[in-house]
Each structure stands twice: as structure tokens, then as C-alpha cells.
Design a protein around this ligand. Sequence first.
Ligand SMILES: C[S@@+](CC[C@H](N)C(=O)[O-])C[C@H]1O[C@@H](n2cnc3c(N)ncnc32)[C@H](O)[C@@H]1O
Length: 223
Amino acid sequence: MKEPFLLSKRLSKCAEFIPENTRLIDIGTDHGYLPIWLLKTGKIKSAVATDIRTGPLSEAIKNADKYAADIKFVLSDGFEKISYDSFDTAVIAGMGGELIADILEKKQENDMRNKIFILQPMTKSEKLRDFLYKNKYTIKREEAVKDKEHIYSVMNVEFAGTFEKHEDIDLWMGMISPGTEESTEYASKIIKRLKKIEKGYIVNSSEYINLVNIEHEIVNKYL
Ligand SMILES: C[S@@+](CC[C@H](N)C(=O)[O-])C[C@H]1O[C@@H](n2cnc3c(N)ncnc32)[C@H](O)[C@@H]1O
């Protein structure tokens, strides 16, 4: 089906990660572009879009009307007002890694089973991955995407129910495979962040003690 409008590269990558014919929920939809685009291109079966604020939600409703997209809108803090059996795939994009982790943390373990989560943190991705590993989630697939001058990661995550074995480097690079322009650029961004932490420009939390070793590993694997 014809695209109703062009998505940003960041949202296009999120769209690429979303399985076909799924019942989608977009947590923190803001403008609503992602669910509108996915419905109008026929990729998904249905869409619920939520936001914690009325302003963005009204904007999303206006945009959905403009493109005649049949979306259910809910004013909700994360999944608070959402019944867990109303969706198969949840996308949480365009927020900080810690906020995404907070939103996931409020859901009961049982509600997370058999769901797919497409997560796209804007900052502190390592904190999100740390939360995922400590709460029995598994990152099934992850890719870096460049949008204008920024580089982001998009992940496909599932609740595994058991603790996933992982190395320290995985907190920083996740499941991103080496060998692409985007993965090289993502690794360079992480190295810069690690150097800032080492020099004390960013507060170091006690978990990240072997920063120099991690830096070497990232350089060897990605750069
Ligand atoms: C920067 S926008 C991202 C919009 C869109 N998801 C994207 O990736 O382009 C973040 C949105 O998340 C909403 N938000 C922040 N915290 C939230 C929460 N706890 N529950 C639902 N929405 C939230 C904000 O109101 C804002 O509209």
C-alpha cells in the first residue's frame, strides 16, 4: 500500500522491527505518526496509542483524523490503563532508557509473557539493557540507525522468564552486530560516552567499573 507520508529514519527502523498483522500498542505516541503509518500501509492489524499528556494525545488524534486512521487513543501513564490482552506488540520509542525501564517495571511479569517489545531509547541505553538483563528479558535483535546527525539503537525484546547470560560489553552495545556503518558510528558514540565517564564528566555508577576493558573490547569488535 502507498505510504501516507515519509517516516523519519528512526521511526522507519522501529516500523521495520514491528511484526506484520500484529495488534500494536504505541506507548508515548506524541504525534501518532508511527501507528498511523503502520495502519495506513496495512502492516498491522490494529493500533492503540497512548500518552501521559493530553496535549500530545490531542495532536495524535488530529493526525489520525487527517489520515483517516482508526486508532484507539488512551490517556495513560505507561501501561497503567491498558489491558494486557489487548495487544501483541508494544513499541516504546523516543524516550530515555531509564524512563522506558520504569514503564516496563510497573507491569507484572505475567503480563509480559508472549509479548514483543520494540524499544528505542534516546539516551542511557545501557541503563535500559541493564534493567532488561536483571528482569529476565532477552534482546532478540538490535540494530543501530542514523537519523540526521544522531545515532540510535532499536531493539526487539521479549520476556524470557530466565536470566540471560551476558557480558559487560553487552550493556553498552547490546545485540548490535559489527560490520555496518551504523554499528561503527554507534560504537564511536559509546566510546565517547565511556571516556566522559572515565574523566568524571558523567557520574559513574559502581556497576561500570571495568570501563577501560570495555572500551578495548568495543574497539576490537566494532572499530
Ligand atoms: C519524544 S516523544 C516520542 C514520540 C514517539 N514515540 C516517537 O518516538 O517519535 C515522548 C512522548 O512520551 C510521552 N510520555 C512520557 N512519559 C510517558 C509515560 N510514562 N507514559 C506514556 N507516555 C509518556 C510524552 O508525553 C511524549 O509525548
